[in-house]
Design a binder for this molecule. Structure first.
Ligand SMILES: Nc1ncnc2c1ncn2[C@@H]1O[C@H](COP(=O)(O)O)[C@@H](OP(=O)(O)O)[C@H]1O
Ligand SMILES: [Mg+2]
Length: 323
């Protein structure tokens, strides 16, 4: 079936399987216990940690994509690789291939040279690196993110959550523009009781809090839940939260590419906190310097944009001057 499918459906079908293989690599290393943590040097006072699981999962993803699609494909990933023996995954998800006929006309014949694959092999690193006890609640925040951009915009994405309710293979949500978001039943309507907003647990700043306060006063953030990882926060939106608000810098393109495709596939939106679309071309600035705002399909994105104070928006420009 894979031979009859277009490049995009093959790429997503393969990325689903590869994300699950990377999730297996992460689990193997976490079981082993030695995370070999290093600090890559984060912005401000916060650390930017990397573990052996991040490196091994990155290696698995890059080597597997090269094995299936050749090494000319452009992959931009968060981590360096490792000496860890890579697990190569060459399978395809049959559900993705079975929906090949739904692929929109304009995405059927895309040139692989115009595609950039954004990889975050282990989103939520700080949460597992710092947790004294790796409880189910901590492990659930780990996701593997593979985002597919075409001519600078996300057209497909995969979020794999290796630890989910004790399921051996966790769960995997994937999306293709115009085809939809698959892998879980997402919440499509306001629960009418309260608006939950998810935000960072470990990269908080005064501007993050100021944005949340402003939203709270407008009735757009009744409850704030602080959890790790961009991928996990988007999963929480699919499960009923209204929005993910991060009015600060530090989140990168590999954190948002898959998230954007998945949320757009549900009818939700992802922009920076000023409403600007993010650019995912090769060679772009990696940092989402304008912050991140993600809203559920049942939420008015513009209401959230309007309620974030202008001073915060001005402090988070689209581009960062290079030193
Ligand atoms: N100040 C900062 N420095 C480094 N990374 C940051 C950051 N703020 C956000 N991020 C990155 O954005 C992602 C989501 O952040 P958070 O969980 O705090 O909401 C995390 O990805 P990783 O977990 O893959 O590193 C995190 O590292
Ligand atoms: Mg990340």
């Amino acid at each position: 079936m894979w031979m009859r499918s277009c490049f995009l459906h093959r790429l997503v079908a393969s990325s689903v399987k590869i994300s699950e293989a990377a999730g297996g690599v992460i689990k193997d290393i976490l079981c082993d216990g030695d995370l070999k943590i290093i600090d890559k040097g984060g912005s401000g006072k916060t650390a930017d940690l990397q573990t052996e699981a991040d490196r091994a999962a990155q290696y698995c993803i890059v080597k597997s994509l090269h094995a299936v699609f050749g090494d000319k494909i452009t992959i931009i990933g968060e981590e360096e690789t490792t000496s860890f023996t890579p697990r190569i995954e060459k399978g395809f998800c049959s559900k993705v291939l079975s929906l090949n006929d739904k692929c929109p006309e304009n995405l059927r014949d895309i040139n692989p040279e115009d595609v950039v694959i954004w990889v975050d092999p282990l989103d939520g690193t700080v949460e597992i690196a710092n947790a004294a006890k790796k409880s189910a609640a901590v492990l659930a925040q780990v996701t593997v993110l593979i985002g597919i951009a075409y001519r600078g915009r996300p057209i497909a994405g995969v979020i794999h959550q290796p630890y989910y309710e004790g399921r051996e293979n966790g769960r995997t949500v994937w999306a293709i523009n115009g085809v939809g978001t698959y892998g879980m039943d997402y919440v499509k309507e306001d629960n009418k009781e309260q608006k939950i907003v998810v935000t960072t647990r470990s990269h908080g700043t005064s501007s993050v809090d100021a944005a949340l306060d402003a939203l709270n006063k407008k009735g757009l953030a009744d409850t704030v839940v602080r959890v790790g990882g961009a991928g996990y926060k988007v999963m929480r939106i699919l499960e009923g939260a209204a929005a993910y608000v991060f009015a600060s810098q530090g989140c990168k393109k590999w954190d948002t590419a898959a998230c954007e495709a998945v949320i757009e596939g549900t009818g939700g939106r992802l922009t920076d906190i000023s409403g600007r679309l993010l650019n995912y071309e090769k060679g772009v600035q990696l940092n989402n310097t304008g912050g991140v705002l993600v809203t559920a399909c049942w939420v008015d994105h513009q209401d959230y944009l309007n309620s974030i104070p202008d001073a915060l928006k001005e402090a988070l420009p689209e581009f960062q001057a290079k030193n």
